[in-house]
Design a protein. Structure first.
Length: 463
């Protein structure tokens, strides 16, 4: 396995050799490396040098390198290649990888490339593209091996030798009836460890896990995690086997979904490209949306403070602790939102669990609020005794601050945990209840909680 340092060195050497026009050396260098490393090195080159490097690749590995390139690099190369070369690449690509590429390309370009495919490959591509966006059908590949229950193991192995070379994986073979309905799946080791005369039916237990072709892509992640499989069959509404999804596709999907969630939790619209490849104006647009929303949220905070302007004028000491109060609520809310959003993504929490979530966060908020409130109370008491700070009513101020911290932490925990569930129920992405959004929400309500408690404890003294 190559290290990041080795891959960095390969990219530097490749760029240097191309710049010096030492093309024979480029050929030798590329021939020695595995496709993923070569693809990473080619991805780092300028567009015109990408085409040069790609044309110098050995013909038998060029398509493998192409599959590992970024979508942007794939699109650039397809534009620079002749129709014949482009057709060869697309024909060699795995159907699921080819579908992912077509999804990223403009419709006009996709139609042109579809016309370059052979009749069978075009039919396959159109079939996969015909499934709903973000469905399992778009993610699957039709390249798999299936056998019949009446065959012997020897017949099945002969069939695998003939047709298995085009299969996405040979770890699992699928058993279908004469109507194509999936009835079982068998690990390849089951076939290799029994007598050749054993029938497939004798090995079957008719216990298998399958995905539905119209299921959401995210469901594949939870099923793979739950059943620890390297591949899963995909069936239609009648149980007919139509394809398989392999774990490498699911890992790519999981990485993309996790990246989007992390970016949205940070208050940024999801980026479709790596950070350094995103145009500046695209980056500004995606960041500006949430910043504008949060700006208006900040205006609400200012309005809330204006409403309590008279109380602030009478008890300036309260202003000292205001940032502490709202920060405690915002932090607890952000924590809860992050935990619940991730739990939803992993399938650990479902919408019907909202009552359990609320109970847990209410209890957690009370305990955390008690801890933080006690620390806030103790801090004021110590400062008052040591430095005679906060005036003659320091004890009431300490009680006000302590109780307020407890209150906003409980509120932050509840709102931060329930908002992702509400968004999920409404069909929105729970990650949009991002930490900055929760913080802004709790800022406004934290001010109301703080001054309500302050008027209760300080009425007739400071207020």
């Amino acid at each position: 396995m190559s290290t990041p340092e080795v891959r960095d060195r390969l990219a530097e050497d490749l760029a240097e050799l191309i710049e010096e026009r030492r093309f024979e050396a480029v050929k030798s260098l590329l021939a020695e490396r595995n496709p993923p490393d070569v693809a990473e090195a080619v991805d780092r080159l300028p567009a015109h040098e990408e085409a040069i490097a790609f044309r110098l690749l050995p013909k038998d590995s060029a398509w493998q390198v192409f599959e590992h390139l970024s979508f942007e690099a794939q699109e650039n190369l397809l534009r620079s290649l002749s129709d014949t070369d482009a057709a060869t690449l697309l024909e060699e690509m795995a159907p699921d990888d080819r579908t992912a590429l077509f999804e990223e390309l403009p419709g006009k370009v996709t139609r042109q490339l579809l016309n370059l495919l052979s009749r069978n490959e075009r039919r396959t591509a159109l079939k996969l593209l015909g499934y709903p966006e973000d469905s399992i059908g778009r993610l699957m590949t039709p390249d798999y091996v299936r056998v019949k229950p009446g065959w012997t193991v020897a017949q099945a192995l002969d069939h695998i030798r003939v047709f298995g070379r085009d299969s996405e994986t040979l770890n699992v073979v699928y058993v279908t009836d004469f109507n194509g309905v999936l009835i079982d799946d068998l690990r390849i080791r089951q076939l290799l460890t029994v007598e050749p005369s054993t029938t497939i039916a004798e090995l079957m237990d008719q216990e298998f896990v399958a995905l539905n072709v119209v299921d959401d892509e995210e469901s594949a992640v939870s099923v793979f995690r739950r059943h620890d499989r390297t591949a899963l069959p995909v069936v239609d509404s009648e149980g007919v086997l139509v394809g398989i999804v392999t774990v490498d596709d699911v890992l790519d999907l999981q990485e993309r979904e996790a990246t989007e969630d992390i970016q949205m939790l940070g208050g940024v619209q999801a980026l479709e490209e790596p950070y350094l490849q995103v145009p500046i104006w695209t980056m500004v647009r995606k960041r500006a949306v949430w910043l504008v929303i949060l700006l208006f949220g900040g205006m609400l905070t200012a309005e809330a403070m204006t409403y309590y302007e008279e109380e602030l004028a009478q008890a300036v000491v309260l202003a000292i602790f205001l940032p502490l109060i709202i920060a405690s609520g915002g932090n607890s809310g952000s924590q809860a939102a992050t935990l619940i959003t991730r739990a939803l993504a992993l399938g650990e929490v479902r919408l019907r669990d909202w009552w359990l979530v609320m109970r847990r966060e209410l209890l957690s908020g009370l305990l955390l609020g008690t801890i933080l409130g006690a620390l806030g109370f103790l801090r004021i008491v110590l400062w008052a005794l040591a430095f005679e700070a906060y005036g003659p009513y320091w004890l009431l101020v300490a009680i006000t601050v302590g109780v307020s911290i407890g209150g906003v932490v409980v509120w932050g925990s509840l709102s931060g945990s329930l908002l992702p569930l509400l968004l999920k129920r409404l069909g929105a992405d729970p990650a949009t209840s991002s930490a900055p959004f929760i913080a802004t929400l709790v800022d406004v309500t934290g001010i109301i909680i703080f001054f309500t408690i302050a008027m209760f404890f300080l009425s007739g003294t400071l207020l």
